[in-house]
Design a protein around this ligand. Structure first.
Ligand code: ADP
Ligand code: MG
Length: 434
């Protein structure tokens, strides 16, 4: 109780009510120099870890002068043989990640938006290196790329394959670390002796010439040895700017398949599955409401489920439609406060492969005009800025063209399914801060 009061004083009220309160209640053990807590799921765990580890330590210090390491676990988490194997792989070098055991094929809901990616993933994880090599999966933020990639890894591990899962950033860090420590042999041994290499978010190879060179050799070695390579990206290889041609072409040697924004029925099925996994009971009405209100990212939907769960269990609120409507209203309001105009420009420029400075310029090429229109539309949708504010920010003389641009965007979204998807993906990126 004392600990609770200390932390309550230091943390923000919302954070405390939503998450930290739960952390305290589920505290399980303090041994030696380690304090272990349990929380309901991995999101709360990683959120608290990243934001509040220091504060929790300080609270211990204030409380009894100790300063233990803080470990935040998920309730009922047990280390399986697979986890241990994973950890062993992780320990080989500083930069690789363990697989999330809950990202499996079983927990992945299949629908028309991801059927092909799912089938191909299942095939390569069952028989790595035989078909579809490399497998290249692309699609917008929060649509399940990491989930399916790790599902391949988890499944292959079960079949006693050696699996490496890294984001391309981790690959790059590992590479620079190995150069610095003159340990390239170790690096190469690690990446060239696996059965399955899973690389997440490969689009970040863009512009990293030395890493591209090294990755080129890794790729060739593995491919020649008929080892499986799977990559994910937010866009097609041909659309990754600053990627050397020989990699672009290699990425397309096998199968390239996308994951799209799920349709309503799939979204409903996903919400059902996730709420079941989180032990939340939602009526059909509520599920449909969430599915229709949040129209793109599954990650965002999951965030909402966690909030519902937290309000229900911590504040003893009954889960009903009004409560969920309120929660979503808050969430949308919060999104609007968090997204800034420069973020929108940068994200749109990056996605559409143009320079951010072009958007504020007088240029009138089709691609720039199109990007500017998208920025205007998103600025109106995702922030509280007025039309004159937006015009001023974009250094446009006349704000009357703002509403014209918005109208035009709405028309295009109705007419052109690809354009519609681009807009939704951009929204996802901004809301998920990616
Ligand atoms: P991405 O890597 O494409 O940004 P993630 O794989 O991180 O997206 O997915 C975001 C969240 O949505 C994850 O928690 C994941 O489990 C969930 N998710 C996405 N698609 C599905 C699906 N088809 N079935 C179940 N969960 C899904
Ligand atoms: Mg991902």
């Amino acid at each position: 109780k004392e600990f609770l009061t200390i932390i309550q004083k230091e943390a923000s009220k919302t954070d405390f009510d939503r998450y930290l309160k739960q952390l305290i209640l589920k505290k399980v053990s303090i041994e030696e120099n380690l304090a272990t807590f349990e929380v309901a799921n991995k999101y709360i765990a990683s959120w608290i870890k990243s934001k509040y580890t220091n504060l929790i330590q300080q609270c211990f210090e204030m409380f009894d002068g100790s300063k233990p390491e803080i470990d935040i676990k998920i309730i009922g988490e047990k280390k399986t043989k697979k986890d241990i194997q994973n950890i062993q792989i992780q320990n080989q070098t500083p930069e690789s990640t363990i697989l999330n055991p809950s990202y499996t094929f079983d927990s992945f809901v299949v629908g028309p938006s991801n059927q092909m990616a799912y089938n191909a993933s299942l095939a390569v994880s069952t028989k790595p290196g035989i078909q579809y090599n490399p497998l290249f999966i692309y699609g917008g933020t929060g649509l399940g790329k990491t989930h399916i990639l790790q599902a391949i890894g988890n499944h292959a591990l079960e079949n006693d394959k050696t699996v490496i899962y890294v984001t391309i950033e981790q690959f790059m860090n590992d590479f620079t670390f190995s150069i610095k420590n003159k340990n390239m042999e170790h690096f190469r041994a690690k990446y060239r002796n696996c059965d399955v290499l899973l690389i997440d978010d490969i689009q970040f190879l863009s512009g990293k010439e030395q890493t591209q060179e090294e990755f080129f050799h890794t790729f060739n070695e593995l491919h020649n040895a008929k080892k499986q390579i799977v990559m994910t990206s937010d866009r097609l290889p041909s659309q990754i700017a600053g990627l050397v041609d020989r990699l672009k072409s290699r990425f397309e040697w096998g199968l390239t398949t996308d994951i799209q924004i799920p349709r309503l029925e799939t979204k409903i099925a996903i919400i059902e599955k996730k709420s079941e996994l989180n032990g939340i009971n939602l009526s059909r009405e509520i599920i449909t409401f969430i599915a229709t209100t949040l129209d793109s990212s599954i990650r965002e939907i999951e965030g909402v489920l966690i909030r519902i769960n937290a309000s229900a269990s911590l504040l003893n609120q009954e889960i009903n439609l009004a409560m969920v409507q309120n929660l979503l209203k808050d969430q949308i309001k919060e999104n609007k406060e968090n997204i800034k105009l420069p973020d929108i420009i940068n994200t749109v420029a990056n996605e559409l492969n143009i320079k951010p400075s072009d958007i504020k310029s007088k240029k009138r090429t089709t691609s720039v005009a199109n990007a500017r229109r998208v920025v205007i539309y998103l600025a109106r949708e995702l922030t509280h800025n007025s039309m004159p504010d937006i015009a001023k920010f974009l250094e446009m003389k006349d704000h009357s063209s703002i509403s014209h641009n918005i109208k035009k965007t709405n028309e295009l979204m109705k007419k052109d399914e690809n354009f519609n998807l681009t807009i939704k993906n951009l929204k996802n990126k901004l809301i998920n801060k990616e």
